[in-house]
Design a protein around this ligand. Structure first.
Ligand code: SF4
Length: 291
């Protein structure tokens, strides 16, 4: 079910975030159906139980952005449009709000961050190219496995991982900042040496600026849903997970071994986890909290 809502505000400030301090969530809920989705908690604020099937879109998002970005006190801060839900999720194919949103960014030459698991973003390629000529655009993909059989189970309604990589290359070729979020790394499912190496190798091959890694967290709704998925698809792993996830995150020993491997891959491919914030072009950046 898709619900259009009119929102009163659109910009949200966060103290701690990796890409930027500012979010504008165009969608709430997400039809990609990832079995490890950690954003589900956000639906409780909407008094809804179904993050994957009750999708809310802020149909006036572009109008709000136009207003907010023109305010005198706004200083061209970089804005992430996919902080909670993927803004190029399946619903966007029908709703087509993103072109209007990007036009609002173009109008104000505002830096933009998009993190997606979809290739639908290519529909707006020309608009993003235009924005990138006047202000920095960062496009990132999040990935978990190159094994298509597993990917279809874990992220059933997202694009195949290789298609995401090919899509990201197109944005790299026009000068957008690009990066790979290799997250979550799923114990015993996507943490094999080949998958780890392949994702680092492809990130290096296409010269995507950075790669961030994060081992699976299992808390609240995410934990229940993931165990259901596990029992159905990988029942032999349930006892191993019960041992590994006594708390919300994997055991210290598991994480130590995983990040040791990751650090070796970082050295092998000279790829680090540094992300540089998107900036306005031809303007001095001021880091201020203004709201
Ligand atoms: S793409 Fe992100 S928000 Fe959407 S279901 Fe997957 S993890 Fe959740």
């Amino acid at each position: 079910m898709l619900k259009e809502i009119k929102s009163k505000t659109i910009l949200h400030y966060h103290e701690q975030t990796f890409a930027t301090n500012w979010d504008a969530n165009i969608y709430r809920g997400c039809g990609h159906n990832c079995k490890y989705c950690f954003a589900q908690y956000s639906h409780k604020y909407l008094e809804s139980q179904d993050f994957f099937d009750e999708i809310y879109v802020k149909s006036n998002a572009h109008e709000l952005l136009e207003k907010e970005l023109w305010k005198k006190k706004w200083w061209w801060f970089s804005i992430n449009l996919c902080g909670i839900s993927d803004c190029y999720q399946p619903a966007e194919k029908k709703i087509e709000i993103m072109p209007k949103v990007i036009k609002a960014f173009i109008k104000n030459k505002n830096p933009l961050v998009i993190v997606t698991k979809s290739t639908l973003i290519l529909r707006d390629f020309e608009l993003i190219k235009k924005l990138n000529q006047i202000s920095e655009v960062s496009i990132m993909i999040s990935v978990s496995t190159l094994d298509e059989k597993k990917r279809k189970l874990i992220e059933p309604d997202a694009a195949p991982t290789l298609e995401r990589i090919q899509m990201l290359k197109k944005f790299k070729d026009i000068g957008c900042k690009t990066g790979v979020l290799f997250m979550p790394i799923i114990p015993y499912i996507s943490d094999d040496d080949k998958n780890l190496d392949d994702i680092f190798r492809l990130t290096k091959k296409y010269n995507f600026g950075f790669i961030l890694t994060w081992a699976l967290h299992l808390r609240w709704n995410t934990k229940n849903m993931f165990y259901k998925f596990l029992r159905w698809n990988f029942p032999h792993l349930v006892p191993k997970y019960e041992k590994l996830y006594k708390a919300g995150s994997a055991s210290k020993e598991y994480k130590f071994n995983l990040y040791t491997k990751i650090n070796l891959l970082r050295r092998k491919y000279q790829l680090y986890g540094r992300y540089e914030m998107s900036k306005p072009k031809n303007r001095k950046v001021v880091q201020l909290r203004i709201f």
